[in-house]
Ligand binder design. Structure first.
Ligand code: HEC
Ligand code: HEC
Ligand code: HEC
Ligand code: HEC
Length: 107
């Protein structure tokens, strides 16, 4: 049995290493600011990640590129502003928060 340990360790290193570097590459932001004429929107990503337990509720494709890598670019995806308004306001409505413009757009 003893002879198997170095092999097990090697297998572990090969399997674990790519997973770790994938997480390191992915820079999860604390806050994201969206510039807007009505007032910039300050989105606390760190708070939302605590309030909303499942990342894929928002990152609905199960991956983590910018929303604007599809919305506003791909013809099969709705416009960027519509996508954000639908997701942000949709959830806020569901949890009973106000969706007045000034709740998000701060001058
Ligand atoms: C729950 C948060 C939220 C609320 C409430 C909200 N917005 Fe937004 N809005 C956003 C976010 C996030 C963006 C950034 C998306 C983008 O860059 O297009 C945005 C972008 C916009 C834009 C496009 C950016 C620009 O200035 O060109 C307009 C116009 C806009 N909002 C108008 C409104 C109006 C009018 C209301 C109220 C009826 C409103 N929003 C309410 C979050 C919100
Ligand atoms: C309430 C919605 C929401 C939740 C929950 C959420 N995110 Fe996000 N996340 C966003 C938004 C919105 C952005 C900004 C995207 C943009 O700028 O287009 C973002 C940005 C990111 C980015 C940066 C993308 C880039 O290239 O700039 C990463 C990485 C990310 N999120 C990972 C996660 C992970 C991991 C979780 C779970 C722990 C999570 N997110 C939970 C909404 C959310
Ligand atoms: C890889 C491409 C891609 C990425 C990244 C992406 N989306 Fe989408 N999204 C789509 C496509 C395609 C649809 C289906 C067409 C539509 O409804 O716009 C969709 C649908 C939606 C819808 C409508 C969902 C419904 O219930 O009908 C919302 C809202 C949305 N996306 C918001 C976002 C937000 C916010 C982000 C970033 C956190 C994001 N999307 C990231 C491609 C993408
Ligand atoms: C899936 C649900 C969900 C989505 C999607 C979501 N939120 Fe929220 N948001 C919440 C909850 C829950 C709270 C309030 C938590 C509390 O006060 O207890 C909140 C609070 C806020 C607040 C007030 C507190 C603060 O951080 O200043 C702002 C502003 C806000 N959200 C902006 C946004 C924007 C902008 C988006 C879209 C990019 C968004 N939210 C998407 C669930 C969501």
């Amino acid at each position: 049995m003893k002879i198997l340990w170095p092999i097990a360790l090697l297998v572990f290193l090969f399997v674990a290493a790519p997973v770790q570097s994938e997480q390191e590459e992915m820079k999860v932001p604390d806050e994201v600011t969206f510039p807007a004429r009505l007032g910039d929107v300050h989105f606390s990503h760190i708070d939302h990640a605590n309030w909303v337990p499942d990342c894929t509720t928002c990152h609905h494709t199960g991956a983590y590129p910018k929303c604007s890598s599809c919305h506003g670019v791909r013809e099969d995806a709705r416009r960027k502003t519509d996508a954000f308004h639908m997701q942000c306001k949709g959830c806020h409505q569901e949890v009973g928060l106000s969706t007045a413009c000034a709740d998000c757009h701060i001058r």
